[in-house]
Design a protein around this ligand. Structure first.
Ligand SMILES: Nc1ncnc2c1ncn2[C@@H]1O[C@H](COP(=O)(O)OP(=O)(O)O)[C@@H](O)[C@H]1O
Ligand SMILES: [Mg+2]
Length: 233
């Protein structure tokens, strides 16, 4: 399945009439009011563990918002351990977020163009062994202040929240957080643990995106998503 995802470009397979695009529009209309009437919004997408569909949701949601809403959109690859967005969008991997966190470049210098005019990507950047400490301190807030000034819709792909602390530290600089769960796979207690980590960090948890993997789907564009539930208490 991964091989097929690689040989087909996301630009080729993204179909704005597809069920997934419809789900992504629905998801966006559920989360867009996070900041009342403000026109600028930023979101973090995380999950309990890896392989639940974070990068897939981030990519399709960003494409949908850029295409349908015409928003100046920016994807940030903050999964420095397993970066994927540079592959999905066919952009250079460096310099990226890592170099911004180190302070060696300005965040705007890390922004890459994609084939969609109003969709940009900040890729992960250089690989380092243990990036967690880089997310501490005020640097993330400074980076976000800058990139939000120039973009309307900022969406951050991240590492899974149970094994890694980075997403928890990022959650405080975004307007809202989405938790991706794999339908029928993520055990309830694991999902609850992920939720509690976010709530303990005072994250603005907006809801859960349920990634439906129940069918064996041979092609990238067959990915299905359904459901969005308001986070309760
Ligand atoms: N709904 C889906 N249907 C089929 N394959 C999927 C679906 N969601 C994700 N995948 C595939 O599963 C793998 C993990 O998804 P990914 O989005 O990279 O997860 P994460 O970023 O959470 O680690 C990838 O190979 C991706 O292409
Ligand atoms: Mg990923």
């Amino acid at each position: 399945m991964m091989e097929e995802a690689r040989t087909q470009s996301i630009y080729d397979v993204f179909d704005q009439e597809s069920p997934i695009a419809t789900e992504m529009r629905r998801l966006y209309s559920n989360i867009r009011h996070v900041h009342g009437r403000s026109t600028k919004r930023s979101f973090l997408v995380t999950s309990a563990n890896r392989g639940e569909g974070k990068s897939t949701v981030v990519s399709h949601l960003a494409l949908t918002v850029a295409r349908f809403r015409g928003k100046k959109s920016l994807i940030v690859d903050a999964d420095l351990r397993r970066p994927r967005l540079h592959q999905i969008f066919g952009v250079e991997k460096e310099p990226g977020l890592l170099e911004c966190l180190e302070g060696s470049i300005d965040p705007l210098e890390a922004v890459k163009d994609t084939q969609i005019e109003n969709l940009k990507v900040i890729p992960a950047g250089r690989r380092v062994r243990s990036p967690a400490h880089l997310f501490e301190g005020d640097i993330m807030a400074e980076i976000f202040e800058k990139i939000k000034f120039y973009h309307d819709f900022v969406i951050v792909d991240s590492a899974p929240i149970i094994p890694v602390s980075d997403p928890m530290l990022i959650s405080s600089v975004v307007d809202g957080v989405l938790l991706v769960l794999l339908a029928g796979m993520t055990p309830r207690n694991v999902a609850l643990r992920a939720k509690n980590i976010l709530l303990d960090a005072n994250a603005n948890l907006l809801g859960v995106v349920v990634n439906n993997l129940s069918e064996v789907l041979p092609y990238y564009y067959d990915y299905k998503y359904y459901g969005y539930s308001e986070h309760e208490g």
